[in-house]
Design a binder for this molecule. Structure first.
Ligand code: 4AD
Ligand code: MG
Length: 465
């Protein structure tokens, strides 16, 4: 074959005028093939865009034998002239002149033969599902959102701060950590009292995968001003729901000198920015997902970016739920940790808008949140979204050394003098929050299950690939 510079199919569509009439070089995976005894049409996709490029094989030029390996899933390299398409449904096509088959794909055994495989079936084939239109669309949107997040914070002067994945502390205090050890599990060293002797372990103490980068993030914020983390976090809770993963990515901004109102303003601006970015840059993919799964998706996304979020204290939220007359599966009373059905009632039925719920009872929130004057509630804020429930959790932090230490003692938290040093030396008011990245991707793609918005999901009893 002639040496012609290969351009992604996305570029051919975007700059069609530039390439029409020219010989182009395309490569990709065959999505489908149809035709008659005069001509064969192949839909070729290279992952750069949801759009497949039509390749036309004239059977006066190519024999059946030349084309025998062009089956769904095979990979090919084609050169030919790019022309305006006569057919319906596409704008451009390639009149094939030369063909090279990179790799065949046996139609008997290739799992993605049929269109319209269920998402459950594809979850069993997660190693191949990025080759479907649906998952490729989700993954491109996921990429765009990750980029938007870095851009948003960089443009605001925040510093990307790397916090450790292996840690000896438990940020959320929920005891849902995965332990990291190199001790021989069938022959554990013990001390005189019979307890496991962690001094013999790799780090000389008990260590785990992090559930959140926040505590270390606070060290960054009380030095650099405004920081954010963006990395994987791990939770060993046995939650088999469409909104929980055992390994998920979290974005955690932490800001010195921010009070709770500033924190809420930032959260709202941030999440709207990300959704807007996807609306602007992922049009084709969002349209595809809307057409195939969720007709209301574009309107829902627009609605969220165009409307102010409701801001409401937890106690008011409880009153609304109690007066709703609705039969909830889990009872509602002041002090209860809200279930997803409660959150969604407030958002979807009552306000019909995203809600930022604030000032939760201290008993149901983490130790580091700032205590309110009433001594009962803390300056927490959860952002609740339609279809998702909690998408962001955050708070103003307790900056008072004595109050924080008392609370930590009450909860039996030890060995965190390094954390208390932020309050011991030059303490400042500060705030932050955590956005669950996959919950954002879930919202923007309109998918129903969080396991479908991360390439290789981790959940109880599942650790493939
Ligand atoms: O509310 P969470 O537990 O808050 C924290 O971890 C704080 N340290 C954040 C901070 O203030 N810096 O978790 C934050 C968000 C949730 O709102 C949710 O979107 C997501 O992380 N999340 C999960 N996403 C997927 N699977 C899970 N198991 C999740 N648990 C929390
Ligand atoms: Mg939370």
């Amino acid at each position: 074959m002639e040496k012609i510079k290969y351009v992604p199919i996305k570029t051919l569509f975007e700059k069609a005028e530039e390439y029409i009439g020219k010989k182009v070089d395309v490569k990709g995976w065959v999505r489908s093939r149809r035709g008659n005894k005069y001509v064969q049409f192949v839909a070729l996709n290279d992952g750069s865009t949801i759009k497949s490029l039509q390749i036309v094989f004239d059977l006066a030029k190519f024999s059946d034998d030349d084309l025998k390996d062009i089956t769904t899933g095979s990979s090919i390299h084609v050169q030919g002239q790019l022309v305006e398409s006569q057919g319906k449904g596409q704008t451009i096509e390639v009149q094939a002149e030369e063909l090279e088959v990179y790799g065949t794909s046996d139609p008997e055994t290739y799992p993605l033969q049929k269109k319209g495989h269920s998402l459950e079936f594809l979850r069993e084939k997660a190693h191949l599902r990025p080759r479907t239109n649906t998952f490729a669309a989700v993954l491109r949107i996921r990429h765009a959102l990750a980029y938007a997040i870095h851009k948003f914070f960089n443009d605001k002067g925040f510093y990307y701060f790397h916090t450790p994945l292996i840690t000896a502390s438990d940020c959320e205090g929920a005891g849902a950590q995965f332990q990291v050890t190199t001790l021989p599990l069938n022959d554990l060293p013990t001390d005189k009292a019979g307890n496991i002797d962690y001094s013999k372990d790799f780090f000389g103490k008990m260590a785990s995968l992090t559930v959140s980068g926040q505590l270390e993030g606070e060290l960054g914020a009380t030095a650099l001003g405004c920081i954010y983390t963006f990395g994987p976090t791990f939770r060993a809770e046995n939650s088999n729901t469409p909104r929980h993963l055992s390994e998920f990515w979290m974005i955690e901004p932490e800001m010195a000198f921010y009070e709770i109102e500033d924190n809420m303003d930032l959260a709202e601006e941030f999440i709207k920015y990300c959704i807007n970015y996807a609306l602007e840059h992922c049009k084709d993919d969002i349209e595809f997902l809307a057409e195939h799964f969720d007709k209301e998706l574009p309107a829902r996304l627009k609605f969220v970016v165009d409307n102010d979020f409701v801001r409401l204290p937890y106690s008011e939220g409880i009153k609304i739920l109690e007066q709703s007359g609705k039969k909830f599966e889990f009872p509602v009373y002041w002090g209860v940790d809200l279930a997803s059905e409660h959150e969604r009632y407030l958002v979807e039925d009552h306000f019909k808008k995203p809600v930022i719920l604030t000032d939760y009872p201290k008993e149901i929130k983490a130790f580091y949140m700032k205590l309110n004057e009433d001594g009962k509630t803390v300056r927490a804020m959860d952002v609740l979204f339609p279809k998702i429930g909690e998408i962001i959790g955050g708070s103003q932090r307790e900056e008072n050394f004595d109050k924080l230490r008392t609370r930590m003692e009450e909860l039996g938290l030890e060995g965190m003098e390094w954390y208390l040093d932020t309050r011991r030396f030059g303490t400042v008011p500060h705030s932050g929050f955590g956005l669950g990245f996959e919950r954002l991707v879930l919202f923007v793609t309109g998918m129903q299950n969080i396991r479908d918005v991360i390439p290789f999901p981790r959940y109880p009893k599942n650790c493939e690939y």
